[in-house]
Design a protein around this ligand. Structure first.
Ligand code: 2M8
Length: 454
C-alpha cells in the first residue's frame, strides 16, 4: 500500500470538506469569549495569546470580518504605554493556567496598563500581515479604513518598541528574551541556551499537565528555566536596558524576525492605502531592508542549508535546524538561490524523511537524536507553521511544494481532527486516531479555513 492510500484507508475525523469547514467555524465560535477574543483552546490555554489571535483573526475573516476585527481590538486593548504588545492578556481570572498574572507581575513595569493584567513578554509580531489579510478579505474595503488606521498605528508603535529596545547593536535584528517569546516554546534550540547558565530549583504548581499528557509537555527542569527568567525580569521591573545587560537569554530568532519583516512589508502597503505619513512608510521599508539583510548575513547557514538562531549573549550561531528555519520564505528574505536550498532541505531526509515517510513539515530535524514526534515543539507538525511555509513557498513560485504542504495539512486534520499538533509519521495514521496537545484548537481551525477559502 502506498503512503497516500494508507492515509485514506484509516477512518476520517470528518466525512467531507463541508463537515470540516463547519467544525472549524464551530470551534472558533465555541472558543470565543465575551470581550471579543478567542482562547487557543478551552482548558489548556484559557486566555488571549498574541500570535494565536493573529491566526484566529485570519480564520474568522473567512466568514465574519467583524469578529476578526474584535479579536485584534481585544489584543491591542492591552498594549503597553511604550508600544509593547504582551503575549498573554489575562482578560479574566482563571486559576487553570500556570504561570498566571501573580507570577508574571507585569504591573511592576511603569508601562503596563492598569485596567488589565498581562504578561511582560511578547510573541512573534504577526499583526502587521494579519491586518493586510483582513483588508484583502473585506468586500467593503472603505468601511475597514478607520479600523486599519487605528491598528496600523498601534502595530507601528509595537515595531518601534522592538527596534528601539531589542536591537542593542542596531543591526536590524531584534532579540527575544524568553523562549515563550519564540512561540516554539520547547524547541531543542532552547536546550542549548539552558546549557549556558543554571536556574535554581523551585516548586511549580503546573496546570498544563492536568490538561495534557505530561510526557508531551516540557519537563519540570525546563519550567524552572522559564520561571527563573521571569524572576530576572521582575527583579529589574521589566526594564529593557537592564534585561539586555543582565539576562542570560538573548536570542535572535529567525521566525520572530521573519514575522517582523513580513509585518513591516504589509504595514508599508497598508500605509499607502490609508494615507499614512510618508515618514512612517519610509521607516517601515527601511526596517524591512535592514532585517532582511541582517538575516541573510547573520542567520543564514550555508553548511546547514537554513536560517538558524543566534545566541546574542554568548555570540554564537546555534547549529540546529527547525521549521523556523523556513519561515524567512514568508517574508521574502532569501535570495532565489537560498530559497532553492531551503526547499531542498525541507523536501530531503531531514524533514520529509526517507521515502517521504513524514507529513510536512516536522517542527524539528527528524534525523537529530533530540527529535520527538509527539512532544510539544520537538518534532510534531503545527498547522500555523505549515500555513507560513505554504505561503512562503507560493511567494517563491514553488507551487508543487506548496501544494504538498497544503495537502499534508488537510490530510492530517481530516484524519485526526483539529488538534494542537500532529505526529508527522505517515505510518502512524494506520494505527492512531488522535492528534496531540489540546483538541479543538483555534489556530488549527482558523488556518484550515484560510487554506480552504478558495
Ligand atoms: C504554547 O505556549 C504557552 C506559553 O505561551 C504554554 O505552553 O503555556 C505555545 O505553543 C505558543 O506558541 C502558543 O501561542 C500558546 C497558546 O497556543 O501555547
Amino acid at each position: 500500500m502506498s503512503d497516500q492510500t494508507a492515509t485514506q484507508a484509516a477512518p476520517l475525523a470528518f466525512a467531507s470538506t463541508e463537515e470540516l469547514v463547519y467544525a472549524c467555524r464551530q470551534t472558533l465560535l465555541d472558543n470565543s469569549r465575551s470581550g471579543g477574543f478567542t482562547v487557543p483552546t478551552s482548558r489548556l490555554y484559557p486566555f488571549q495569546w498574541l500570535w494565536d489571535s493573529g491566526f484566529i483573526a485570519i480564520g474568522l475573516a473567512t466568514f465574519d470580518l467583524e469578529r476578526a476585527m474584535r479579536e485584534i481590538e481585544a489584543l491591542h486593548s492591552a498594549q503597553w504605554k511604550n508600544g509593547f504588545v504582551p503575549h498573554i492578556v489575562f482578560h479574566m481570572l482563571n486559576d487553570g493556567y500556570y504561570p498566571g498574572p501573580d507570577v508574571h507581575r507585569a504591573d511592576l513595569s511603569q508601562y503596563a496598563p492598569a485596567h488589565v493584567a498581562t504578561t511582560g513578554m511578547t510573541q512573534p509580531p504577526v499583526i502587521g500581515f494579519v491586518l493586510e489579510k483582513l483588508y484583502e478579505s473585506a468586500s467593503d474595503k472603505a468601511a475597514l479604513l478607520p479600523f486599519l488606521k487605528t491598528h496600523f498605528e498601534k502595530t507601528f508603535q509595537f515595531h518601534c518598541y522592538l527596534y528601539q529596545n531589542r536591537d542593542p547593536k542596531n543591526e536590524g535584528l531584534v532579540y527575544i528574551q524568553h523562549n515563550w517569546e519564540s512561540g516554539t516554546d520547547n524547541s531543542p534550540v532552547w536546550d542549548e541556551v539552558w546549557r549556558t547558565f543554571e536556574a535554581p530549583n523551585c516548586e511549580l504548581p503546573r496546570r498544563d499537565i492536568l490538561h495534557a499528557n505530561a510526557d508531551h509537555r516540557p519537563t519540570h527542569r525546563d519550567y524552572e528555566y522559564y520561571i527563573y527568567l521571569i524572576e530576572i525580569f521582575k527583579s529589574v521591573c521589566y526594564d529593557d536596558a537592564a534585561i539586555a545587560e543582565k539576562s542570560p537569554f538573548l536570542v535572535q530568532d529567525p521566525l520572530f524576525n521573519a514575522m517582523l519583516a513580513a509585518s513591516n512589508e504589509s504595514l508599508a502597503r497598508i500605509g499607502e492605502i490609508i494615507g499614512a505619513p510618508k515618514t512612517r512608510i519610509r521607516q517601515l521599508k527601511k526596517w524591512h531592508r535592514a532585517t532582511k539583510n541582517a538575516m541573510n548575513r547573520k542567520l543564514w547557514s550555508p553548511s546547514t542549508g537554513g536560517y538558524l538562531h543566534y545566541d546574542l549573549r554568548n555570540e554564537r550561531l546555534i547549529d540546529t535546524l527547525t521549521s523556523s528555519s523556513f519561515a524567512p520564505l514568508f517574508a521574502g528574505i532569501p535570495t532565489a538561490a537560498k530559497a532553492k536550498r531551503l526547499l531542498k532541505t525541507m523536501l530531503g531526509t531531514k524533514f520529509r524523511g526517507k521515502r517521504q515517510s513524514n507529513f510536512l513539515c516536522p517542527s524539528f530535524n527528524v534525523q537529530d537524536e533530540r527529535f520527538n514526534p509527539v512532544k510539544y515543539w520537538r518534532g510534531p507538525v503545527w498547522v500555523n507553521m505549515n500555513w507560513l511555509i505554504f505561503n512562503g513557498l507560493q511567494r517563491y513560485g514553488f507551487l508543487d511544494a506548496a501544494q504538498i504542504v497544503k495537502k499534508d495539512t488537510l490530510d492530517l486534520v481530516m484524519h485526526y481532527g483539529l488538534w494542537e499538533y500532529f505526529n508527522p509519521s505517515r505510518a502512524q495514521t494506520k494505527t492512531e486516531t488522535d492528534g496531540y496537545g489540546a483538541p479543538r484548537f483555534s489556530w488549527t481551525a482558523a488556518l484550515v479555513l484560510d487554506f480552504l477559502k478558495d
